[in-house]
Design a protein around this ligand. Structure first.
Ligand SMILES: [Zn+2]
Length: 73
């Protein structure tokens, strides 16, 4: 399915407006990239930290369950 063709407001190049295109709908991917990258990397860092704490919590819970199971023979 073809995507709608838009004109970038920054460089005036035509680009496909894909539904998953990051950044502004009226800018081509090239002109949206710097801001998007910044947001994406800071978000990725946050997610990694969150993921780490979630993983640690899960590991702690698994360990607690394991202790419980093994101590209760
Ligand atoms: Zn552009």
């Amino acid at each position: 399915m073809p995507f709608p063709i838009k004109i970038c407001v920054v460089c005036e190049e035509e680009f496909e407006l894909r539904p998953d295109k990051p950044g502004f709908a009226n800018r081509c991917p090239k002109c949206s990239t710097p801001e998007v990258d910044e947001q994406a990397s800071s978000k990725a860092r946050m997610d990694a930290d969150e993921l780490k704490s979630v993983r640690e919590a899960n590991a702690a819970r698994r360990q607690a369950i394991k202790d419980l199971l093994y101590s209760r023979k």
